[in-house]
Design a protein around this ligand. Structure first.
Ligand SMILES: *Cc1c(COP(=O)(O)O)cnc(C)c1O
Length: 421
């Protein structure tokens, strides 16, 4: 059952009403449910309990250190893509031995940071990156643990912007070149080959693409072992979808049932990198209606959250369910829900039939726990919203609303622009 429920006509996150939080912190704000975060990682751990495994949360989905701590406390680790995410994961208390580092553009500086921290492994995405990592490790006098990210060339049947496992994708090494890349890697003196990695895309709603990809990788693992390479870890990536609207994505246990036979046969330690499916439905963003604007061709509901606060609708035409925080008998109306940003692409929903809302009323944007706050910006000089973590009937602000002072942090006016000389 969802942790977001109406009680006496008021929408709650666990046992705290969103209305009371809005009074306390203002709008817009994000609220996450501790219970939902924990129950999702627990579902994964249970589903994969029959194999040695690590759940490495994709930190890019929700990087707040309190959220990361929830997963760390549950034995989870992190899938990181930058020194910034490494820093966050360590600050949150994640064990470096539970961190894996992906990304096509790791710099030597980032490699050094991660090597010094002692992470579990690098998911290397190209031949040049491999050489750079070997050199970096050599300079530190250590070996870098490596999995190559292999691109299995399967169509995950998701939005093109979040599809990552096709031949034309910038990610990973083509599977037909994988064996020779591994052989090259094995000759590098400061590279220690420990595993194989693939991640085919995000918001996947079927298990078939996973199974197809993993079958291909399974054959690759056999081929590598035949050549004497010691493949201990099999990182199957993330990508499981969530219900934003009517989607019926597989649950972790259904995904596990489909892939476990293959995984078990390999004898590998399994790594998973879920992001969206761990955090997406654990969060909401709450915004306040400013105006109703009636147009000749369209009606607009103008709210106080914009694309700087939540960009997914603008970026991917993503659907987020909208719910009034206070339920009443209302007529419905077809509106574009738009923010205050000076861009036509600034909307939370288009041509959406929702209950009529009056100025000052609160609207909850559902499924905003992943790729939501982390993608926020200061565009239009808007301070980023606060984040709240709810735990039963208590809650805590885990990131304050940005201040005007924070907006200018690091900026200065050079002396040569000073005209009163
Ligand atoms: C983004 C990403 C993930 C997480 O994807 P979700 O769809 O959020 O589960 C996992 N692994 C890699 C390498 C990624 O880039």
């Amino acid at each position: 059952m969802s942790v977001f429920r109406y009680k006496k006509g008021r929408l709650y996150c666990e046992n705290v009403s969103l209305e009371s939080m809005a009074e306390k912190v203002g709008t817009p704000f994000y609220a996450y449910s501790h219970k939902a975060l924990l129950s999702q990682i627990t579902a994964y751990k249970k589903a994969f309990s029959s194999v040695p495994h690590l759940i490495a949360f994709a930190v890019k989905a929700n990087a707040n250190i309190a959220v990361l701590r929830v997963f760390a406390n549950a034995g989870g680790g992190g899938d990181i893509v930058s020194s910034g995410e490494l820093h966050r994961a360590l600050k949150a208390g994640m064990d470096p031995k539970n961190l894996v580092f992906a990304g096509v553009g790791k710099t030597k500086k980032e490699m050094k940071d991660a090597l010094r921290a002692g992470i579990l492994m690098f998911n290397v995405e190209s031949a040049q990156e491999l050489v750079a990592l070997d050199e970096t490790a050599k300079a530190l006098g250590i070996k870098a643990p490596v999995a190559l990210r292999v691109n299995p060339d399967v169509n995950p049947k998701t939005h093109p912007y979040i599809s990552t496992g096709l031949k034309k994708s910038k990610f990973g090494i083509e599977i037909v070149k994988a064996v020779s890349q591994y052989q090259t890697a094995s000759l590098l003196s400061n590279i220690d080959i420990v595993g194989v990695h693939s991640h085919i895309g995000s918001q996947l709603t079927q298990v078939k693409p996973f199974v197809d990809a993993l079958k291909r990788i399974s054959r690759l693992i056999s081929a590598l072992r035949k050549r004497g390479l010691d493949i201990q870890y099999w990182n199957i990536g993330g990508g499981l979808g969530i219900t934003y609207n009517q989607e019926k994505p597989p649950m972790p246990k259904e995904m596990a049932a489909a892939v476990l036979p293959l995984l078990k046969k390999s004898g590998c330690r399994i790594i998973l990198e879920p992001g969206r499916s761990l955090a997406g439905n654990a969060g909401v963003m709450v915004t306040r209606v400013i105006y109703n604007k009636e147009g000749e061709a369209k009606n607009f509901l103008v709210v106080d959250a914009g694309m700087n606060d939540l960009i997914r609708p603008s970026l991917y035409s993503a659907y987020h369910e909208l719910r009034p925080v206070v339920k009443r008998r209302r007529k419905t109306k077809v509106v574009d829900v738009v923010g205050p940003i000076c861009e036509s692409g600034d909307f939370l929903a288009q041509d959406r039939e929702i209950p009529q809302m009056a100025p000052d009323e609160l609207l909850a944007v559902m499924s905003a726990g992943a790729y939501s706050f982390t993608m926020s910006s200061n565009y239009n000089a808007r301070p980023r919203p606060p984040e709240i973590l709810v735990h039963g009937d208590e809650y805590e602000i885990i990131r304050k609303r940005e201040t005007m002072k924070a907006l200018l942090r690091g900026e200065s006016i050079p002396a040569f622009l000073d005209q009163k000389k």
